[in-house]
Design a protein around this ligand. Sequence first.
Ligand code: MG
Length: 554
Amino acid sequence: MIKDLWYKNAVVYCLSVETFMDSNGDGCGDFEGLTRRLDYLHGLGVTTVWLMPFQASPGKDDGYDVADYYNVDPRFGTLGDFVEFTHAAQQRGMRVLIDLVVNHTSDQHPWFKDARKGPESKYHDWYVWADQKPKNADEGMVFPGVQKSTWTYDEVARRWYFHRFYKFQPDLNTANPLVQAEILKIMGFWTQLGVSGFRMDAVPFVIATKGEKVVKSKPQYDMLREFRELLQWRRGDAIILGEANVQPKTNMEYFGDEGERLHMMFNFPVNQNLFYALASGDTAPLAKALAETRPRPSTSQWGMFLRNHDELDLGRLKPAQRQKVFDAFGPEKDMQLYDRGIRRRLAPMLGNDRRRLELAYSLMLTLPGTPVLRYGDEIGMGDNLKLPERNCARTPMQWSDEPHGGFTQSKRPVMPVIGGGAYGFEHLNVAAQRRDPDSLLNWMERALRMRREIPEVSWGDFEVLDHSQPGVLAMRYDWRNNSVLFVHNLLADPIEFELPRQKLGPDGKQLINLLTEAHSQVDGRGRHRILLEPYGYRWFRVGGLDYLLKRSEA
Ligand code: MG
């Protein structure tokens, strides 16, 4: 039954337990605090919570350096607290995805500690070693400018080990069948505790061939099929959402021709070109990225996002385009990161301009895929550029105007809450925005509710409509005899947008506005003439409001 594909029309919300809500006053967010805030997320319209890593970890890379895959870091609670959380989510009809970080472990993981003893250790071959410093040891860093190499000498093992990320994150030898079996065991464990799937970290690196002799690594795509098969046996509706910032031409390798590999992937090409469109007002490259990422199996789905917990990676834009985004959204050196991206949160990037924030979210919600929100962006939280690297956009959630934004009773929060200035918790917080009917939070709640009622975006076919105004993106979706139309003005000027009714199918005489009373009728020459304010957007249903009837007949 195709309607069982719950992830197609989900609203995903990404958060870090560490910085969301502290229940016990130790300054660190925890599962009990998060569980108490589930009704907030439910009310906002979130259907799926994606948790960043919460497993036991030295925390040198925000939990992406796991030291025990089968435990909750004691700072966040216990496995018992975790199960209470997944149960509470289930009670509200919500699902939980968790990060699966298996490209590498922490160097403090017992496997690596044992592996360092040398080839006689049963875990030695779980990692990637070389006797001599490999020739390409200074290439392929994930964090250029911060990370110095990809091979490091280990004094105990007296061998070099491979690490695609920081040197405290040794790569697992994912070609080793024992490692693969362990990855399946980890997935089986957490599904048993109530999760609906995994956001798989760094997929291209997980499936890459690794080793000193590897000049150009080859992806082992079949590994993805094996991961998926286990999931389907253990829990039929569990999914893998892959982080794979790859060329569009390889997308089908990740999804699988029959959709037998990853269920979902983040759409990085659209993300980067969306920011270019927001910066330049030119929608043509975004339309091209949409066309290039269109092919996918019918059961597969894109994750659409604006900002995430990493830097905004612009590595796939042309240099001149990238410069334009830097100039518009991150002109200062300390706003940029790793020579390829911007580390700020969305609201400061857009100058805290409400019109532009709504435009950006409206675009994200109406592009073909499942929207993935980042905690705090629903209230327009800011960043703290004094914090190193990506931490600037990982500050605690701002709940109220109480000390430390109501995040913790402790005087020492795990990360400083943003205070003072335009983005300070004193006035930018959930409690204040709840009371204000015109707040971004309440706008978001209404937008998410309406988005959930437009399954055409998740399930339908889309067409980017041809017209003569490059500053306007007009898209039509068709599904089960119904059509919707979204129009976005990327420019700072008002614009009169014209669309002949022929572009809208047989019901195109009338457009029902889904957000306001401003509907549209064709004029005497058979055209819709829509006056868009600066950064204006429209969500229309094509034809009358009898679509629910038509849908049930389809
Ligand atoms: Mg705590």
